[in-house]
Unconditional design. Structure first.
Length: 294
């Protein structure tokens, strides 16, 4: 579901064969030395309530196991708040709205940017289609993208649930609240795995997705996604992960959930309460919040 400055997570895997561009070049997603790169979109609100800190605590072991490079998409102003999180590695990267890159280390010393990486300002400033445009920019660089909302807690390694990843075009989760299998599936914008092959679909998947997000669904990219899949579904080979591991928050299978998502809730306060109620709010998050407010 689209929200202004929604927190998302995007994982980029280095493309094995590279993506041939129209100009004859090859995109290989080598901007970060061939590492898996996890990109999250972060703002003040999700840091202030501890949501980012809590997610980082749950995801960090799996990010390390995957040897992934964390990249935080954040404004210059909000990035200063990261200085209050000493647990963050100096090697984590920052991506600013203009596409420039820095590191936590440089933020802690001088805050100077070290490189220009113009992913396209439109994809970072037009919040109506922020996630869609950002994913497209990364796919065009030959990267495979795994996006996960960050109002989540990881209980298992999601990378291991995508079988034969390089052969995929699109992997989604089912967001319908009903347990009745006869109810129409509603795919979630909270978990989307895409390979660069999706850019070459005959139906112009991304063009239609952007257009419908803006013009038909007033910024709700999840509804636009479901609408476009009705017309593009035949051109895209996609999988759906099992609900026993990836259900929406109200239908979480507590015995088998791999990611618990605090969705279908209004406001950050309710999300935090949901995670606390189910013992998914780590005590270190409250300790950090106490120290921060002292």
């Amino acid at each position: 579901m689209m929200r202004a400055l929604v927190l998302t997570l995007v994982t980029l895997f280095a493309s094995v064969d590279g993506l041939k561009l129209s100009g004859g070049g090859t995109a290989t997603c080598n901007e970060f030395g061939g590492k898996k790169v996890v990109l999250i979109n972060l703002n003040h609100d999700y840091m202030a309530v501890g949501m980012f800190y809590n997610w980082y605590h749950s995801a960090k072991p799996f990010l390390e196991a995957a040897d992934a490079q964390l990249v935080i998409d954040i404004s210059h102003e909000d990035s200063k708040e990261l200085l209050h999180i000493p647990e963050l590695s100096d090697h984590h990267s920052l991506m600013y709205p203009d596409g420039s890159l820095s590191t936590i280390s440089m933020l802690r010393t001088s805050g100077v940017n070290f490189n220009k990486a113009p992913f396209g300002s439109k994809g970072f400033t037009d919040l109506m289609t922020h996630r869609v445009d950002a994913m497209k920019q990364l796919l065009e660089k030959g990267c495979t993208v795994l996006q996960v909302d960050i109002d989540t807690v990881w209980k298992a390694n999601p990378f291991e649930d995508i079988k034969d990843p390089e052969a995929k075009t699109l992997v989604l989760t089912d967001d319908r609240r009903s347990q009745n299998p006869n109810f129409r599936t509603h795919y979630c914008g909270c978990f989307m795995y895409m390979t660069p092959k999706i850019l070459s679909t005959k139906c112009d998947f991304f063009g239609k997705w952007v257009k419908e997000t803006r013009e038909k669904f007033e910024g709700n990219e999840q509804n636009a996604l479901n609408s476009v899949l009705k017309t593009c579904g035949k051109d895209i080979e996609f999988d759906v992960l099992p609900r026993e591991h990836y259900a929406p928050g109200p239908r979480t299978n507590w015995a088998g959930a791999h990611i618990v998502h605090a969705n279908y809730l209004t406001g950050l306060g309710e999300k935090v309460q949901f995670l606390k109620q189910h013992h998914l709010w780590h005590k270190s998050t409250d300790i950090w919040l106490s120290k921060k407010s002292a």
